[in-house]
Write a protein that binds this ligand. Sequence first.
Ligand SMILES: C[S@@+](CC[C@H](N)C(=O)[O-])C[C@H]1O[C@@H](n2cnc3c(N)ncnc32)[C@H](O)[C@@H]1O
Length: 343
Amino acid sequence: MDSLSEVEVQALIAHAELVDPVETPNNNHYSFYPQTLEDAGAYFRCFRVDWSSAYPALVARGLMVATPERVALTESGLAAARTVRAQRPPIWYFYKEYYTAGPKSAAFARYCEEVFGKHLHQANFSDMPQLDFLLEVAALDATMRVLDLGCGVGMIAEYISDVTGAHVWGMDYMPEAIAAAQVRTTAKRDRLAFDVGNLDALPYPDGAFDAILSVDTLYMPRNLDDTLRRIYRMLAPGGQFFVFWMEMVWDPDASRTMLEPNQTTLATALTRVGLTFRAWDFSAGTWGLMQRKRVVAERMRAEFEAEGNGFIYENLMAESIADSGEYDSTSCNFRRYLYQVRV
Ligand SMILES: C[S@@+](CC[C@H](N)C(=O)[O-])C[C@H]1O[C@@H](n2cnc3c(N)ncnc32)[C@H](O)[C@@H]1O
């Protein structure tokens, strides 16, 4: 993929979407099964470019064929398209837009302050009581090396370092987010560092950290078991890792067993790879957080739209699935846990 330009990547993916559309679980940022190339352009959100300049080079490389009527993928073109699409799924473009617009959005800053209790540019379901609970259990201090996996723009990593004095690294696969984190924290370089990296190929040596945390990000690895094994190896003796995790059951007729703390997707993966864990249930608080998300987002809708950030409003509404009633564990279709694994 390194040898392909963005316009070539988009042309390949768009054509693949017509003949072999992707079904991406855990992704509500794209309407699937486009009927036309124009529909497929929605995949790239605000980054959609004109693909026509890509065709001559793609044809020359044997990835596409051109007839007077149309251009189409060759067999090797479809294989190449599948590879680039796996590296840039629809949610990649969502995060690219989110981390381009979010740090400049005054509306989002005010929204986070009100909903979470502090503006840390949260893309998550952890309000400040949840985050501070994690810090209390983790008992971090200034001698410790901490890694925040999927750190986004790194405001949570910065908060943790500010509060505990720990040296915190943040890693995320979105270059725009890491660039924003680096610029914002230049004056704190002695205790904060940020790297572009992928959960599928973690770029840190074994034993490098005393604590690793991940807030609403471990849904993303292609192979959760492999990523968990790798995270465990990156911990120093006595180290620990923490994961904020949400489990949902969408089908009202399906079994709810997997909402149990030892039956979630994460818990079963931890068990499979031989790791024992402790879990705390934050579902009731998260229900209230979701209700706040919805109420505040609705109230601030015009502010988001005036900034040209209506997509942030829409995303906030889509992820707030609690109704206005009280939390009821028997009917609630999600659970939120903090998991802790110790070396
Ligand atoms: C739901 S957001 C959570 C962000 C942040 N932890 C927070 O709590 O606000 C998920 C984050 O994971 C990042 N991400 C998604 N897939 C990734 C991957 N394969 N490798 C590294 N980061 C990834 C996204 O860019 C995004 O910042």
